[in-house]
Ligand binder design. Sequence first.
Ligand SMILES: *Cc1c(COP(=O)(O)O)cnc(C)c1O
Length: 395
Amino acid sequence: MAASIPQPVDPPRRVLMGPGPSDVAPHVLAALAAPTVGHLDPYFLTLMDEVQGMLREVFQTKNKMTLAVSGTGSAGMETCFVNLIEPGDKVLVCVNGVFGGRMSDVAARCGGEVMTIERPFGEVFTTDEVATAVKEYNPKLVAIVHAETSTGALQPIEEISKIVHDAGALLLIDCVTSLGGLPVEIDRWNVDAAYSGTQKCLSCPPGLAPVTFSDRAVEVMETRNSKVASWYLDMSMVRNYWSDQSRAYHHTAPINMNYGLHQALRDVFDEGLETRFARHTRNHLALSAGLEAMGVKFAVAKEHRLPMLNAVLIPDGVDDKAVRSQLLNDFGIEIGGGLGPMAGKTWRIGLMGEACTQRNVLLFLAALENCLLAAGCSAIAGSGVGAANEFYRSA
Ligand SMILES: *Cc1c(COP(=O)(O)O)cnc(C)c1O
């Protein structure tokens, strides 16, 4: 029997420059390994309050109902829909990538009557397009992705929020990839519900989904006619555990994941939100300068690009999988391939949280040049590192 026991866990050291998870700082990993306490231990209850406080800061909200759902970003998505939607409710979902598509699937599973509007991958919605659909459909809730990780496009939210609220609907946004890397201003934008994940720009391992709900959203939950279809994600029970008074047991919180998130959020505020956003922009611009000097083109128009997820077109004649394997095997660098209609056509280069550094930008460009030379693309290789260095010197 002993001979068949698998080897101990000893993962390779990677540089995580894909669509998530991103690199995790050693002290966040150390926090995960701290002693587990009980889910009602006074130490843990205090830590939960602190996590809640820091989540409000990062979401830029005063929303009382702000907490970390047990599960990854998709659990945050399900939490928002299953609590706000009852069977027969009309939901408008804006789909310009894989995650908008996932939202429409989830909304329909909750019994929502889903109408979608679509834009090609890599593009974003105009306010007018959303306004027209809202007028035509009169939905209870409008759902849209802030940072589409499948395409690399950034959706402006503020004006759409006005349209949605003028029509008396609720606004739900996916900010899984944007939170911690770009401004997410829940109160100023007047967003009713938002969910995120820990493993993108917050640089914690995957496992928790920060969510926040406005008072208006809470009222909608409190006046439901039907029970929430998911027992696990039912906020009317989960909130009693996270709230100040009763601390009623619902499910056992993933204690150590909350330690990790606590440490990762401390890092966010240690750096400062503005400084962190500026770091993401700066490294994105340096990477762009390098890629463009090499002749590698972005899949998204300049004004809609995400800083933390760079979707580029794979140069003609280059083997997608061969290059990604070489990056991983020779340099330990993970990047993402394309999703959906972009499969085989794009690479997705992440600059999220801890992974968003000058060191990684220069390492990646040098490694990509090496791979492209190996692939016989000598015409485009050789200039990326220089252009990025020039950007860093002059910016
Ligand atoms: C990663 C991601 C999700 C899903 O999160 P999981 O943690 O993989 O469940 C949802 N939306 C967007 C925009 C994402 O980037």
